[in-house]
Design a protein around this ligand. Sequence first.
Ligand SMILES: NC(=O)c1ccc[n+]([C@@H]2O[C@H](COP(=O)([O-])OP(=O)(O)OC[C@H]3O[C@@H](n4cnc5c(N)ncnc54)[C@H](OP(=O)(O)O)[C@@H]3O)[C@@H](O)[C@H]2O)c1
Length: 332
Amino acid sequence: MTGRLTTMRTTTLGTHGPQVGVIGLGCMGMTFSYDMATPRDDNTSIAVIRQALDLGVTLIDTADVYGPHTNEALVGRALAGGHRGRAVLATKVGLVVSDPTGGPEGSPLIVNNGRPEHVRTAIDDSLRRLGTDHVDLYQLHRVDPKVPVEETWGAMAEAVAAGKAGHLGLSEATVEDIKAAQAVHPVTSVQSELSLWTRDRLTDVLPYCQEHAIAFLAYAPLGRGFLAGRFTSFDDLPDDDFRRRLPRFQRDALRTNLTIAARVREIAERAAVTPAQVALAWVVAQGEHVVPIPGTKTPKYLVDNAGAADTTLTPADLAALDALPAPQGSRY
Ligand SMILES: NC(=O)c1ccc[n+]([C@@H]2O[C@H](COP(=O)([O-])OP(=O)(O)OC[C@H]3O[C@@H](n4cnc5c(N)ncnc54)[C@H](OP(=O)(O)O)[C@@H]3O)[C@@H](O)[C@H]2O)c1
């Protein structure tokens, strides 16, 4: 795989954050959640991360709980050898695996841990795995209902003061959470699910972020692959794949939701782009501070997704996408 050095359109994270390409890269699926039964190729994933940087896809998103820990270690290997400086590296804290097989159908049981003492050790563990002395963005994966967000955020702000983190972000936070955190230390970004079939945050968190110049990092912008046309039946999902437990991927719901994927494909064909590019361009069009972080471990999908930075949808296409039916099934 050869890297092509390009200048992707960039945007600033928050008011004082780093510049990032308008399309980022989510690394979760490289070691976690998806394709569990499929042998993964770490070398290909590493090449994908490095080619992302060549393409201007500079925001690289991981989390300590992905794996757990294996995802940060893989990202660390990808950024070794002089690539770290080209990336805007984002990781997360606040979720931990409490039992490797104690979750639904033998999956890992994941619980909150937003205690300040956990944050203080977790940042050092993340840095060691990532092979770096600082992350550019340190995100609270979920606000712990048992710990006031100000306390968790205060410990994260200590990491900034110590030079271990450049900026702080929240994930799946409410406007109230954002306000409470802002009172302690600036919120540079909020990461939440946003895609053609998940629009919940368009009416609360996203407008607040727009108003306060907080970056909105749109996760699962491809509907976990569905909007890109990857799956046409439940049986397409690999064994042990996390999506087998998600309501929208259950047999009847998935069959109904194929209408949405078909409309995306129609618009893509008319615009001579791919369905993934349509799905990502719609997300980018939701606001100047919105940065989608599609996940992929596949070289050709990475190139496809990077191309969404140059995909402009007509007002008629955007209106048609806005009018898509709501999906059947909740997102989790
Ligand atoms: N904050 C949170 O709570 C949270 C939750 C979930 C995810 N995230 C972050 O968001 C990132 C993205 O979300 P996600 O990975 O769950 O969902 P996603 O980006 O909507 O979809 C990923 C899936 O789409 C496939 N795909 C990617 N590009 C494609 C293309 N151009 N054409 C066809 N298929 C394509 C991938 O395949 P391959 O993998 O086989 O290449 C993968 O199966 C994650 O990696 C993670 O960093 C955050």
